[in-house]
Design a protein around this ligand. Structure first.
Ligand SMILES: NC(=O)c1ccc[n+]([C@@H]2O[C@H](COP(=O)([O-])OP(=O)(O)OC[C@H]3O[C@@H](n4cnc5c(N)ncnc54)[C@H](OP(=O)(O)O)[C@@H]3O)[C@@H](O)[C@H]2O)c1
Length: 246
């Protein structure tokens, strides 16, 4: 981070999802105040058990909910996504576009320091990372995510966009292959690895205002191109350990 503002409160948008839950466990031991979101009051207790200090019930289709969710936040990690549905093919109203853009707009208005967006391999210039059938089946959601990525890039906010390959619930591998420029790497990656990278990105100067494709070394398919070496600031998350939650 080049910003000198202290980074105290992080919003995990989509904390009730599978990547969101991993983000909570990565952030839980740090001294950041972690605010989690879900659309369901029924998830509040679970999110608190998973380490959220605050829970906001918000539907990001509603721009007012987005504004309330980011209030007083310094960092945003966006793990929003729509479950498999016909709109992944046809497009239309998807949280991957409308919700993520509402979040970016609210983050600009709030003066948030940094936003990390979970996108996907297959979006924008990374379309070659998906097979043709998958590309077609996901055409609508890929376009939605492309628009969300574009809105974040032009927002003026500090950002990192991570485009993971196919997500798994495997334990973290700790060995992630990073590419940049679209047609770089393809394969799969545990959500736990994605979460570590998302949490470290705001503290990693090399990651600022860049878009990465990421897979785990074990999950890599084919030959990687345009690899980049990023020294992810995991140590900063470790150094921030324990001040509140010890
Ligand atoms: N599946 C894959 O292989 C794959 C590969 C690459 C990238 N991705 C992307 O990675 C991201 C995370 O995927 P995941 O499978 O870990 O997540 P997930 O389990 O599908 O969770 C999605 C989250 O989005 C929230 N959400 C959905 N609609 C919302 C709305 N209108 N307002 C507020 N919150 C809303 C859900 O909250 P509720 O509790 O309220 O439902 C949930 O917390 C997604 O963007 C996905 O497209 C997926």
């Amino acid at each position: 981070m080049t910003d000198s503002r202290p980074l105290d409160r992080v919003l995990v948008a989509g904390a009730s999802g599978a990547t969101g839950e991993e983000l909570l466990s990565v952030l839980r031991p740090t001294d950041l105040t972690v605010r989690a979101t879900t659309r369901s009051y029924g998830n509040v207790d679970t999110l608190e058990r998973h380490g959220a200090d605050e829970v906001v019930v918000a539907d990001f289709f509603d721009s007012g909910d987005a504004v309330a969710a980011v209030e007083d936040c310094d960092l945003v990690c966006c793990a929003l996504g729509s479950p498999p549905c016909l709109r992944h093919l046809t497009g239309g109203k998807l949280v991957d576009r409308t919700g993520a853009i509402n979040l970016t707009t609210a983050a600009v208005a709030e003066g948030v320091s940094y936003v990390v967006l979970e996108s996907a391999i297959g979006v924008g210039d990374s379309k070659a990372g998906l097979s043709l059938p998958a590309r077609l089946a996901l055409r609508g959601v890929r376009r939605a995510k492309r628009d969300a990525e574009a809105a974040l890039r032009r927002s003026g906010l500090g950002y990192t966009i991570v485009r993971p390959g196919r997500l798994t619930d495997d334990p973290p591998s700790g060995d992630v292959v990073v590419g940049q420029g679209g047609d770089s790497v393809t394969g799969s990656i545990p959500r736990a690895d994605v979460a570590r990278i998302m949490a470290a990105a705001p503290f990693t100067p090399d990651a600022r205002n860049r878009t990465f494709e990421i897979v785990s070394r074990d999950g890599l398919s084919g030959t990687p191109h345009h690899r980049v070496d990023i020294d992810w600031a995991d140590d900063i998350l470790t150094a921030r350990h324990g001040h509140r939650h010890a």
